[in-house]
Design a protein around this ligand. Structure first.
Ligand code: CS2
Length: 466
């Protein structure tokens, strides 16, 4: 049996409301907060799930306790318990009360890229069904954006200082984008509120990083055998964890620095480097690896042809899109590739392949657009984009599920002819500067054609000789 954390759960009070208590949150922010609670009981988390009740119910059933497995050479297990309130779909009243509680200073989120309802240009998508719904009933929101606007409106009406929305998702300029989205939403309801948010509310940009595979039954079994705890919702992550927060938190915010978060005035540099180097490489492994027939990142790393291609993409093309950078990009690439080799993680390529329409823009399309503008070659950057298209085509034709907010449309296109041109026409994914660029279009089409005719392995072999 492992020891519960050394704080008295009954002495904790809620200071953070978190939307989206999935595996990444429970392995990342919740771990920082759990360690903070050892010294400061004011920062327990109220977990809010807007859609699925499963995690909330399991957390409540276990009185907030769950296991964090650290997947290193030796496995370690810790029991965490930083969540004290568990609010599922339909519990609007307590959520609203908590957002108005002056003791709550942070409202954090991990709702994945699609949870922010943004259009391809990064601004709020007013045509998004959730946003339309929330604008027609702003007192009963269903989206994160609607909840933040309502919570901030209540604070303003009560003369309370605002909370700090803390976006912990993998988007570049994540806080800045969230701020613009909440202001745009508020502007449609009450321009005075939008001005107040613009002037008073801090939305720090953050960089979050720790590889967290999805929880499986195998993990549940392993935790049960190793610790004796029949945990429904354990999480596993690599030992590495990083959290960089823009240094704009107010003085009365939780001291996340004391538990290893880094406060920085240049989060943009960190965030961009992480999104493009690590996540860009991940997505490349995912689509090429699945086409070849691999299951996990570590397995794909064992294929020299594929690993060599991804390494060149990182060190040449992606690094060029980041320079000048506050980071030593070559050592950063070494470190990332080493993390990918960790055989203990078993990180499924199929998991990374989810939501490609949301992930590709930050990870690979922005670097491609910048490369074109700067006159750098894009033939390698076009390869993962083409691989994503072939992945969509293969899934659609096999009648397999595509996990993506655009799944219906992607499946329809995947089953049709002319997949490349039709996918390039999706303006939710490809901004005009790319979709209309003939160099980009031909680089993607040529890579897709060559992979189709030679097969992805032979294609990569030929690429290695270029
Ligand atoms: C991955 C990320 O699933 C994915 O898209 O690229 O979850 C990645 O593991 C994390 O961002 C690492 O910090």
């Amino acid at each position: 049996m492992i020891e519960p954390p050394p704080y008295h759960r009954s002495a904790l009070s809620v200071g953070i409301v978190h939307f989206g208590p999935g595996a990444f949150h429970r392995a990342h922010l919740a771990d920082y907060v759990d360690r903070l609670l050892h010294n400061d009981p004011r920062w327990a988390i109220a977990a809010v799930s807007l859609r699925s009740p499963a995690t909330i119910e399991a957390l409540a059933r276990q009185d907030g306790l769950y296991t964090l497995a650290i997947l290193d050479r030796e496995r370690r297990y810790r029991l965490l318990c930083p969540h004290r309130r568990f609010l599922g779909p339909g519990q609007d009243r307590p959520v609203r009360e908590l957002l108005g509680d002056p003791a709550v200073r942070i409202v954090s989120s991990t709702v994945t890229e699609k949870g922010y309802c943004l259009a391809a240009d990064g601004s709020l998508d007013f045509d998004h069904p959730d946003i339309r719904r929330d604008l027609s009933a702003p007192d009963r929101p269903g989206s994160l954006i609607g909840w933040l606007a309502l919570g901030l409106a209540d604070r303003r009406a009560q003369g309370l200082p605002p909370f700090v929305p803390l976006c912990c998702d993998n988007m570049s300029a994540n806080g800045t984008r969230l701020k613009a989205a909440v202001i745009a939403f508020a502007g449609r309801i009450d321009p005075g509120l939008a001005d107040w948010i613009g002037g008073e509310v801090r939305f720090p940009d953050t960089m979050v990083d720790s590889i967290t595979p999805a929880t499986t039954d195998e993990l549940r079994r392993e935790v049960r055998e190793a610790t004796g705890f029949d945990d429904l919702i354990p999480v596993a992550r690599e030992a590495y964890s990083a959290f960089v927060i823009e240094d704009v938190l107010p003085g009365d915010a939780p001291d996340l620095k004391s538990v290893g978060a880094r406060l920085s005035s240049d989060v943009a540099g960190w965030e961009k480097a992480k999104l493009r180097m690590l996540n860009g490489a991940h997505s490349t492994f995912a689509y090429l690896g699945l086409l070849i027939g691999y299951d996990t990142v570590a397995e794909a790393m064992d294929e020299d042809m594929l690993a060599g291609f991804v390494e060149r993409l990182m060190r040449d093309d992606i690094a060029a899109s980041l320079s000048p950078s506050p980071i030593d990009l070559d050592s950063y690439a070494d470190e990332i590739l080493d993390r990918f080799r960790n055989p203990a993680i078993g990180h499924k390529l199929a998991q990374i392949a989810w939501d490609g329409s949301q992930k590709l823009p930050y990870r690979l399309l922005d670097p491609a657009a910048e490369a074109l503008a700067a006159g750098r070659p894009i033939s390698r950057l076009a390869v993962p984009v083409a691989a994503w298209m072939l992945f969509i085509e293969a899934r659609a034709r096999a009648g397999e599920e595509i996990i993506d907010p655009l799944s219906a449309e992607l499946a329809r296109i995947g089953r049709s002819g002319d997949v490349v041109a039709r996918l390039l026409g999706l303006e939710q994914i490809f901004p005009e500067r790319l979709a209309r660029n003939s160099d980009f279009r031909s680089a993607v089409s040529e890579a897709a054609e060559a992979m189709r005719s030679a097969g992805p392995r032979a294609f990569l072999a030929a690429k290695a000789g270029e």
